[in-house]
Design a protein around this ligand. Structure first.
Ligand SMILES: Cc1cc2nc3c(=O)[nH]c(=O)nc-3n(C[C@H](O)[C@H](O)[C@H](O)COP(=O)(O)OP(=O)(O)OC[C@H]3O[C@@H](n4cnc5c(N)ncnc54)[C@H](O)[C@@H]3O)c2cc1C
Length: 423
């Protein structure tokens, strides 16, 4: 049996980050456990790595993402290659969407975080993108309306998640964190804080703690356990009666080689220094990410009602053909008859209350999960919150110096106001 000050379960973005901050803050002997053979091989490694800078209206989202993106950008500037590409986020808006989001858009523009581009200017920048669908029956069936404008955030973009994982892994090893890969935690065993020697302890009236982590290689003990098992969180929490309010849901990414006419995605001037189309989003529809180094297009779309909850890592080409292709090929006719060359699926861990991440402490157990589709761009802030919870602090100090009450991320005193600009 091995004994630690802290055991972090899960070596994804949240677990690596938590171990990193705990080690930096001198939390003692720390183990980082993951059932997979290396770090970041769960959902972090399946991520698109997109980051939004200044494109959130909710205060909590703004703090979590902006401080994390500031950390990442400074790291990249200091010479650590994270593959960060600020190609920009371009959100295409039809008339009703423009109207429905008017206040949020005005605020984002007023703060200088984004620019509203009208259809005329957009046409001039990307003449091969189709913006008008009047009289097109198929487009009407798809619910595609004329694009009236686009919101452009030039400081947003994507990073290379593998590079981020590599960096964090090196940092935690240098800081003395002990990795334990290929080790699955099967069960969190509870025990009483003060034992009376009863054979069925802990009894309902006794104060409890996680006494041991039973793994497929033995048993671990720790003063504090940080559970960062993402979409798998309930496997260890349900048996001990703790609700994370998070459920897993499949999300898929399709990769298309940018050959022939598709090279145009990388011959667009006026948005960024890479001559690339920005990451382009259709609210509640598909998105496309031109990957500058690899010269491929990544595309995906979130489906909600109709897509079952559950862990599922099997990509379906039919999802691309039936759901993404029809809209994408209308707006980008160069994509007509083009099929993906590769695809993969991962699982969002979605907090079903407000879709923001969750972190709370119960006994000597800290839970950090619910990254949903923005866990990479919020990982540093969430990891600081997890470290603060583990150290018994009421506030986390973010990379930007802002102080964030950890209870805002919890369940009882949660302060996660709804995001008004969702796409
Ligand atoms: C397709 C897709 C696209 C995405 N795109 C973006 C994006 O563009 N931008 C963005 O910011 N975010 C994006 N995300 C979300 C982001 O990837 C996640 O929010 C983030 O990676 C979550 O990190 P995590 O550490 O919570 O989970 P994970 O990376 O899944 O880590 C959890 C780890 O726990 C381990 N584990 C689980 N159970 C056990 C156990 N019992 N014992 C031991 N180990 C265990 C797993 O093996 C895993 O490694 C995307 C996600 C997906 C799936």
């Amino acid at each position: 049996m091995d004994r630690y000050d802290v055991v972090v379960v899960g070596a994804g973005a949240f677990g690596l980050g938590s171990a990193y901050h705990l080690a930096r803050r001198g939390a003692g002997r720390i183990a980082l456990v993951d059932s997979l053979p290396g770090p970041g091989q769960g959902n972090t490694g399946r991520s698109v790595g997109g980051f939004r800078k200044g494109l959130f209206t909710s205060e909590l989202n703004r703090m979590l993402s902006e401080s994390t993106v500031a950390f990442l950008a400074d790291l990249q500037r200091s010479g650590v290659d994270l593959g960060m590409h600020s190609v920009g986020y371009l959100v295409l808006l039809n008339g009703p969407q423009l109207e429905a989001n008017e206040r949020a858009i005005r605020e984002l523009v007023r703060r200088g975080n984004a620019r509203l581009i009208d259809a005329g200017e957009l046409k001039g920048l990307v003449p091969w993108m189709r913006l008008e669908f009047d009289g097109d029956e198929e487009a009407a069936i798809l619910g595609l309306r004329n694009v009236e404008a686009a919101l452009f955030s030039g400081q947003s973009g994507y990073l290379d998640v593998e590079k981020l994982v590599g960096y964090l892994h090196r940092e935690v090893l240098d800081a003395g964190v002990e990795p334990r890969f290929n080790e699955r935690v099967r069960r969190l065993r509870l025990g009483p804080v003060v034992s009376i020697g009863h054979p069925r302890e802990p009894l309902a009236w006794q104060e409890k703690r996680v006494e041991a982590l039973e793994t497929d290689r033995g048993e671990l003990r720790a003063d504090v356990v940080v559970l960062a098992t993402g979409a798998w969180i309930n496997e260890l929490l349900d048996p001990i009666g703790i609700d994370s309010h998070v459920k897993p849901k499949k999300r898929q990414v399709f990769s298309i080689e940018a050959k022939g006419g598709l090279r145009r995605f990388f011959e667009v001037e006026g948005f960024n220094g890479y001559s690339s189309l920005p990451m382009t989003f259709f609210p509640r529809g598909p998105y496309v990410v031109p990957r500058v180094r690899e010269r491929v297009l990544w595309t995906g779309m979130s489906d909600d009602v109709g897509r079952p909850w559950g862990i599922d890592f099997s990509p379906e080409e039919s999802f691309y053909l039936d759901n993404i292709y029809p809209t994408l090929s209308k707006v980008f006719p160069v994509l007509r008859d083009v099929r993906p060359t590769s695809m993969w699926a991962g699982c969002y861990s979605i907090n079903t209350i407000d879709e923001n991440p969750i972190a709370f402490r119960s006994m000597n157990l800290v839970v950090v999960t619910g990254g949903s589709g923005s866990g990479v761009m919020k990982f540093d802030a969430m990891s600081r919150v997890a470290a603060s919870l583990a150290l018994g602090e009421e506030e986390a100090v973010l990379y930007t110096g802002e102080r964030l009450p950890v209870s805002w991320l919890g369940i009882r005193d949660r302060r996660a106001e709804p995001e008004s600009f969702v796409f």
